[in-house]
Design a protein around this ligand. Structure first.
Ligand SMILES: [Zn+2]
Length: 78
């Protein structure tokens, strides 16, 4: 039984609106905003990116608001 699912998705990116299948810390590629997500969640739109793109959307097209890259398991412990 291989248990390397977490490693296999390291560095992979996920679009907003897709389901989280591996809990952990994700970073928004465009801006670097980090967020901890749990399995079953949906990748949210990045707050930071949403603030950026609001007035001049026609200027820059190829910049989707939020692409989450998996960076690792939970770093913070509560
Ligand atoms: Zn962002």
């Amino acid at each position: 039984m291989t248990d390397q699912l977490d490693d296999s998705i390291a560095g992979e990116t996920f679009d907003t609106g897709t389901s989280v299948h591996a809990g952990g810390v994700y970073v928004c590629s465009p801006c670097g905003y980090k967020k901890k997500l749990e399995p079953g969640d949906t990748f949210p739109e990045c707050d930071s990116c949403m603030k950026k793109s609001g007035s001049d959307e026609e200027e820059e097209g190829p910049a989707p608001s939020g692409i989450w890259e998996y960076v690792g398991a939970d770093e913070e412990k509560e």
